[in-house]
Write a new protein. Structure first.
Length: 93
């Protein structure tokens, strides 16, 4: 996990730091994704839902690259799965 670095620098992405605002940390974005995934959905539908959710609140915008990195992290941690129809879902406990 220590190899996840910001594309334009040397700051870690997973947890908030002095250089990474809590709204942009992958752990925060990941929790929002898990919350949105109440039912299986495609990556594009999940992206749209996350963008809509962040537009309404006072949280900062997230780029698609950070979104995909967060999906990779959640998949590596076993928090989400991808089925044969390319639908993402929360992994049951």
């Amino acid at each position: 996990m220590r190899h996840f670095r910001e594309p334009r620098g040397d700051r870690p992405l997973i947890v908030p730091t002095k250089g990474i605002h809590p709204d942009r940390a992958m752990i925060t974005i990941g929790s929002e994704i898990i919350d949105i995934l109440q039912e299986p959905m495609t990556v594009s539908a999940l992206w749209s839902n996350l963008q809509e959710r962040r537009a309404v609140g006072s949280t900062r915008e997230v780029g698609f690259d950070w979104f995909i990195l967060t999906l990779d992290l959640l998949y590596a941690l076993g928090a989400i799965t991808l089925d044969s129809y390319n639908f993402l879902s929360r992994r049951s406990r």
